[in-house]
Design a protein around this ligand. Structure first.
Ligand code: FES
Ligand SMILES: [Fe+2]
Length: 421
């Protein structure tokens, strides 16, 4: 049954019911209408360099295998045996010639083709048509400057159309230098309580939380920073929100050195950014270099997020309405010196790793937001009440804030839908 969302969302007043974060039926609808149809981030190409390299992840709640096939192309398959549905690959990553199901031993090659069925003559009288029993493949797969995306929907628009104007901002992350990007340090994974949309919305548009939520962590990171430098590093920002659901925000100040030092970046990373100034400015222009190539937050609809500068890149895998699993990568310029890559990896872990100083406050916020979201609906029909009902708490959440109101004339990039102030 389709859930009618219209009573839960008041676009004109900028209000949504908290049920969109807690209701199981809404969540099921999201799996079908969003995660089964959108382009979803899978991994970075540099994770899969050799034939047979694979990485296992999720599209929505569906487990998938991404693999470099023998012909050099990438494939992505549902990680589910066509016999009785067991996973055919139980490793996080590795290299394989075939994927063999551990239940009855059916095996599939890197093209997803069923290659071997144990006791084929005795069990199936040699009548099974193996060409019909390959792994289920995604409908479309595309790479964009090293990032790998796929969709289950054969009717989905091509990936670059799906990105639309947002490509201008994404390029600030992945097209800074001639060599492109690579991921370093593997993939960190952790689960935390909270609805996936809380995280996606925060990375899309909520810099409003940072001064309060991250105050103590930022104070610790910047305790040795000169107060005047920190003051000069403060500056205005801009916000871009695409009609297609992607969004980002970033700061615009001219003084890149002060801006980065004022946010606690180690000297080696600040010096690196200054050293590549000419090259990046030539590729992206000065505004993009100072803005979305070195600061900010972003979310590509529905659940792929990143933080320029901090260089964490992540997916919010939904695990029910009240839990998510994060897969997080550290992205670096491939042409950067090794000591810079090492420093970037350490700084990303210190700040936004699983136990990073800035990440921990976010995990706490997600948990508490979900708890407070469990409130009665206006009609009282869906009384999944906890403490909020006792205090007669509000049933809606404000989704607009004034901070995002960058005048269109000051937005450096496409501005088809700057968020309203
Ligand atoms: S479930 Fe995979 S071989 Fe039987
Ligand atoms: Fe944050």
């Amino acid at each position: 049954m389709t859930v009618d969302l219209s009573p839960l969302i008041d676009v004109d007043r900028g209000l949504i019911s908290r049920e969109v974060f807690t209701d199981a039926a809404v969540y099921e609808q999201e799996l079908q209408q969003i995660f089964a149809r959108c382009w979803l981030f899978l991994c970075h190409e540099t994770q899969l360099t050799r034939p047979g390299d694979f990485f296992t992840t999720y599209m929505g709640e569906d487990p998938v295998i991404v693999v470099r096939r023998r012909d050099g192309t990438l494939g992505c398959y549902l990680n589910s045996c066509r016999h009785r549905g067991m996973r055919v690959c139980r490793a996080d990553a590795g290299n394989a010639k075939v994927f063999t199901c551990t239940y009855h031993g059916w095996s599939y090659d890197t093209q997803g083709r069923l290659k071997n069925v144990p006791y084929e003559r005795e069990a199936y009288y040699d009548e099974i048509d193996k060409s019909k029993w390959g792994l289920t493949e995604v409908a479309q797969l595309d790479t964009y400057k090293g990032l790998v995306f796929a969709t289950w929907d054969p009717a989905a628009p091509p990936f670059q159309d799906y990105l639309g104007d947002f490509r201008w901002y994404l390029d600030a992350l992945v097209d800074r230098r001639a060599g492109g990007t690579e991921v370093v340090g593997g993939v960190q994974r952790w689960r935390f309580k909270g609805n996936w949309k809380l995280a996606a919305e925060q990375f899309a548009s909520d810099n409003y939380h940072a001064p309060a939520s991250h105050a103590s962590a930022v104070a610790a990171l910047t305790k040795n920073v000169d107060k005047e430098v920190a003051r000069l590093g403060k500056n205005d920002g801009a916000q871009f929100s695409s009609d297609l659901g992607h969004a980002t925000g970033f700061s615009l100040g001219k003084n890149l050195e002060h801006k980065l030092l004022g946010r606690g970046f180690p000297r080696v990373l600040v010096d690196y950014q200054l050293s590549v100034w000419d090259e990046v400015v030539e590729r992206l222009g000065e505004q993009r270099f100072i803005g979305p190539a070195t600061s900010g937050h972003a979310n590509v609809f529905p659940n792929f997020a990143y933080l320029p500068g901090f260089q964490t890149m992540r997916v919010w895998h939904p695990k029910g309405p009240d839990e998510m699993e994060v897969y997080a990568w550290v992205l670096v310029d491939r042409d950067a010196p090794q000591d810079v890559k090492d420093a970037q990896r350490r700084f990303a872990q210190l700040t936004f790793g699983a136990s990073g100083a800035l990440n921990r406050t976010m995990a706490r916020t997600g948990r508490r937001s979900s708890a407070t979201c469990v409130v009665p609906s206006p009609g009282g029909s869906r009384s999944t009440t906890r403490w909020a009902s006792v205090t007669n708490g509000p049933t809606t959440t404000a989704i607009r804030v004034g901070w995002a109101g960058t005048p269109p004339s000051r937005r450096p990039g496409p501005s088809t839908a700057g968020t309203a102030s």
